[in-house]
Ligand binder design. Structure first.
Ligand code: NZQ
Ligand code: ZN
Length: 386
């Protein structure tokens, strides 16, 4: 096991009807900016619950943060923060609203030339404006981590940011919010969380027995609850297990002491930036090709995953590893998620070369757990995913 530090300061308030507890978490004298997305919270009653919980607090609202939070929209929110002298941010939404809020937390205290530098120059935020979240869509884990991904349509870019100052102070996780989520987004949440675990697990063995079993147990739980959630989002037992699994998949715990990959996400973000494909679906497109391309260096973990998660008992390590990739593809298909780029766009020719060039220009010359996935290799992986 590798050496590690671990600190996660986010307070989780989990369970039925927990939205009313926001009141205890926000300082009484705060001036709050309530941030939300395209309006789903006004239809499903979450907005009313939040407003009731905040009835004694000074609150201003900013809605309209789109999926894949857009820089230009966030810059409008930043103006409101400055003009209204906001002191506390509250995100009510999925990964997009929470990530947008993290960007604002960083940008509100940023002294550089333009907040876009935070993304292009990898500026880490040591201390941002304090914020909390009410999670409405289990998927990203953003509610309990310090990372964010921001999109800029103007340049078709999607870049990550983060830093120890960007953990939410608290996150409310009420599994009842799941009842109003459309099937497509439920499937996305399951596939995203599943791939988060794979990114931190599908590398090479390091004797980290507990981390491996944490990862495998999250994968097994997601597989078990997936059909239940998709067919009946009012199944509270399934909903609560789904929600907690998504948070645990990316709150930092399972990646401690082990190598991590994250190439699937790096490549996937380009597909969202170029074609607007849902984040989770880009992962389902790239992951199978990535694991096939890097078969030799990942086959021991692929086989272990095949044995322990999919109960594949027959054959050699190579057989089990291959069968594990097939099972993964079948799982995405069962969720209704297509796994080839050509399923999403007819305009895919040249995509591999373009992504490879972008990575070269950014100096991303070695992705993956061995830092040896060159832009040329990325190009081949994307071509395999056509
Ligand atoms: O805009 P609203 O009205 O909120 O509707 C949203 C949106 O249309 C809707 N929705 C959310 N909760 C709902 C609901 N509809 C009905 N009932 C509810 N309770 O779902 C749609 C998608 O929302 P979004 O927030 O975009 O989805 P998700 O949570 O999957 O977030 C995706 C974003 O997070 C980033 C992705 O790249 C993408 O930009 N990620 C963030 C990560 C992180 N911070 O750690 C890690 C991830 O790998 C990922 O990259
Ligand atoms: Zn993801």
């Amino acid at each position: 096991m590798n050496n590690f530090d671990f600190k996660n300061p986010t307070k989780i308030i989990f369970g039925k009807d927990s939205i009313e507890k926001i009141e205890n978490e926000i300082p009484k004298d705060a001036k709050v900016l309530l941030l939300f997305g395209g309006g789903s919270i006004k239809k499903n009653g979450i907005y009313n619950q939040v407003k009731t919980a905040l009835s004694k607090v000074n609150v201003i609202e900013f809605g309209g943060i789109p999926a894949n939070p857009e820089y230009a929209v966030l810059m409008d929110a930043l103006k409101v923060i400055k003009e209204e002298k906001i002191t506390y941010l509250l995100a009510v939404g999925g990964g997009s609203v929470i990530d947008g809020t993290k960007f604002l937390s960083a940008a509100a205290v940023f002294n550089g030339e333009t907040p876009w530098d935070i993304l292009t120059q990898n500026i880490r935020t040591e201390k941002g404006m304090p914020f909390g979240t009410v999670l409405t869509l289990p998927a990203t884990g953003s509610e309990m981590n310090s990372g964010a991904v921001i999109t800029r349509r103007e340049t078709k870019e999607k870049l990550a940011m983060g830093g120890p100052g960007l953990f939410p102070e608290f996150s409310i996780l009420d599994p009842l919010v799941i009842t109003s989520i459309p099937k497509r987004q439920l499937a996305n949440g399951l596939a995203d969380a599943f791939t988060h675990v794979l990114e931190q697990y599908m590398t090479y063995p390091t004797g980290a027995l507990l981390q491996d079993r944490f990862a495998e147990s999250i994968l097994q739980t997601l597989i078990e609850v997936a059909p239940k959630i998709i067919n009946n989002p009012t199944d509270y037992k399934a909903a609560s297990n789904f929600m907690w699994s998504c948070t645990m998949a990316l709150n930092g715990l399972i990646q401690k002491g082990v190598p991590t990959d994250w190439a699937v996400h790096a490549i996937g973000h380009e597909l969202t930036a170029l074609f607007g494909i849902d984040h989770a679906r880009t992962l389902a497109v790239i992951a199978p090709s990535h694991y096939t391309f890097n078969f030799e260096s990942k086959k021991e973990k692929l086989a272990q995953y095949g044995e322990r998660v999919w109960n594949i008992t027959e054959g050699t390590i190579d057989d089990k590893a291959n069968a594990a990739i097939e099972k993964t593809v079948a799982f995405f298909h069962e969720l209704g998620i297509d796994t080839k780029l050509s399923d999403y766009t007819k305009d895919y020719e040249g995509t591999a070369e373009l992504i490879s060039k972008r990575f070269t220009d950014r100096g991303w010359l070695g992705l993956g757990e061995h830092q040896n996935l060159s832009p040329e290799k990325v190009e081949e992986i994307v071509k395999m995913a056509y």
